[in-house]
Ligand binder design. Structure first.
Ligand code: ATP
Ligand code: MG
Length: 343
């Protein structure tokens, strides 16, 4: 049977938030512990983070450790999962260069996620070419590990689609079957695939938009953010009927609360009138803290030994390099540019 391999990752542009947890991290840990996969690679995408943070390498560098701590705190286990840093695997950059020849500029410019991000980032007339190119580099990350399964949020759909196209085009062009077309693995509930930010239902929770509740937030920070959250602007007095649609507090309760019946009862009460925003928010604080407390405590312990975390990343990066090198050799064989192979 063909191998089942996972590759996924995060940009070290900030600490990880509950959108990552529900959209991707929780699935990764479950898939890791299912023992159904032959190999699992999780990448801290520092090179990708630099495509829109070129002038701020310190931010990227500092967040490598933060993201690694988040990983370990939610239960990724380096014995089962290879955790590595993208820039430490130069084979990925080399693969990207060859793949770029198979993708047109207009194809890159059509990418809906990249288009939205370009608008959000206010690049103006100076969109870095590296930023528009990052989906190609992501295709290299995925195919270098021959990944079959990519647990990600919905915003990644165009990247996975492009990766499939590149793999197909490479195999056809060079008469090979070196590259594997990956499948996207989405969270079950729709809203978990693109959790909104605390600022409203229309924006995605994003590190770069500063609208997140972070796994490392203290209880007080988390509570303050919930209390500030967007609800129904017309729900002024407790006795007024309130709206559920577009109400971020209820959107989060749908995703995070275990007691679905209680949430349904609260919704009915809120819509009828007589249930205040503060009471609903206090319940959300309780629900979130039940999930976040153990993660926060484990993270605090791990943060006492950053050298241990870097050692783990160094070992992971070495393993990742070896695997990416194997694929690169096969790619160069297929392209007939492996000149010294038989010397
Ligand atoms: P940035 O703003 O720097 O792009 P981000 O918050 O979008 O940061 P990424 O590192 O780009 O996070 O994404 C890492 C993974 O988390 C991807 O699989 C992505 O689909 C998923 N993800 C990101 N935000 C959300 C969200 N709000 N809901 C569900 N999944 C998400
Ligand atoms: Mg993102």
């Amino acid at each position: 049977m063909d191998k089942k391999i996972i590759l996924t990752g995060d940009r070290p542009t900030g600490r990880l938030h509950i959108g990552h947890y529900i959209g991707s991290l929780r699935n990764r840990v479950e898939l890791q512990n299912s023992n159904k996969f032959n190999e699992i690679f999780v990448m801290i995408a520092d090179a990708q983070a630099l495509t829109d943070n070129a002038k701020n390498p310190k931010k990227v560098q500092e967040n490598v450790l933060e993201v690694a701590l988040d990983y370990l705190a939610v239960g990724l286990n380096p014995e089962k999962t290879t955790i590595f840093i993208q820039s430490q695997v130069p084979q990925l950059a080399e693969l990207s260069q060859y793949y770029a020849n198979l993708v047109s500029i207009s194809r890159l410019e059509r990418n809906p996620t990249v288009k939205t991000e370009i608008k959000q980032k206010n690049f103006g007339e100076s969109v870095p070419s590296g930023f528009v190119f990052y989906p190609i580099s992501q295709a290299a990350d995925i195919t270098a590990f021959k990944a079959t399964t990519i647990p990600v949020g919905e915003d990644q759909a165009p990247m996975i689609e492009l990766t499939r196209e590149i793999a197909r085009s490479f195999n056809q062009t060079y008469g090979s079957n070196v590259l594997v077309e990956p499948e996207m693995f989405l969270a079950e509930e729709g809203i978990s695939r693109r959790l909104p930010g605390i600022d409203g239902i229309n924006s995605k929770m994003s590190k770069s938009l500063n609208n997140g509740i972070y796994l490392a937030d203290s209880y007080e920070e988390m509570k303050a953010k919930v209390m500030k959250m967007y609800t129904d602007p017309d729900h002024i007095r407790v006795e007024d009927p309130g709206k559920i649609e577009g109400n971020v507090v209820f959107a989060y309760l749908d995703v995070f609360a275990k007691d679905k019946q209680k949430v349904e009862e609260m919704k009915a009460h809120y819509q009828k009138g007589g249930l205040g925003d503060v009471a609903v928010k206090m319940y959300l604080v309780e629900v979130l803290d039940e999930i976040l407390k153990p993660i926060r405590e484990k993270r605090e312990e791990l943060a006492k030994n950053p050298e241990e975390v870097y050692k783990m990343l160094a070992i992971g990066s070495e393993k990742a390099r070896a695997k990416a090198q194997e694929t690169l050799e096969e790619v160069k064989d297929a392209m007939q540019i492996n000149y010294f192979k038989d010397l």
